[in-house]
Design a protein. Sequence first.
Length: 247
Amino acid sequence: MRIRFSRVERVERVELRMEKRDMKAVVVLSGGQDSATCLALAVRRYGAANVAAITFRYGQRHALETKFAKRLAKRFGVAAHKVVSLDFYRQLTTNALMSKTVPIQWKKGARCPTTVVEGRNAFFLLAAAVWAKSLGATVLYTGVSEADFSGYPDCREAFIRAQQRMLRLALEWPVKIVTPFMHMSKAAEWALAERLGILDVIENETLTCYNGIPGKGCGKCPACRLRNRGYAEFRAAKSVSRRPRRD
Ligand SMILES: [Zn+2]
């Protein structure tokens, strides 16, 4: 019996055949400040021709995120960028990022705000690692941080260490998860963006806001508050270091 492939399946098969097989790194790219800076670091370390980026659709309210990720991938000239659908997420859980009816708030006594997407980084890193192996890449970049964070359990270093071990066992592939911001404050991250010469890109071409407003965002949601507070600290530190010394 002949198996017929749909047009989409045919396109995807061709895509996979055409992909390079000697890449170095895959960056989990959401379109926000952290992942965009990760992308810049990976490109600087390995060269754009050896870096791929992956973006996930998991039912988030703001489809704009994907648009920003696509633009960033283009701007940094990475060898491949893929937007992968994890639509099943909606069948498993809900939260303020996926549903308009869940308010963004940090309830008293809760470990993290209602924006937590349970297990998101575990799924993201597994999917990214599967693709990385098919590209010949062993390095995965993710912008997670436990320095200035919202208490999401899958942003902690302990989780990343365990996930790396799990991926190595699951795939028999020497995956290395790189987390440049694990112990870095947002202010230090802004300073890094400046040193990398991408301050303007991070300021204007990323989307961090939980309300889907690019750049500085709504200024009110937890993500904006974290980003903007870090930015203010970064600016303040700069003006102090520029002040002439009175000896
Ligand atoms: Zn916001």
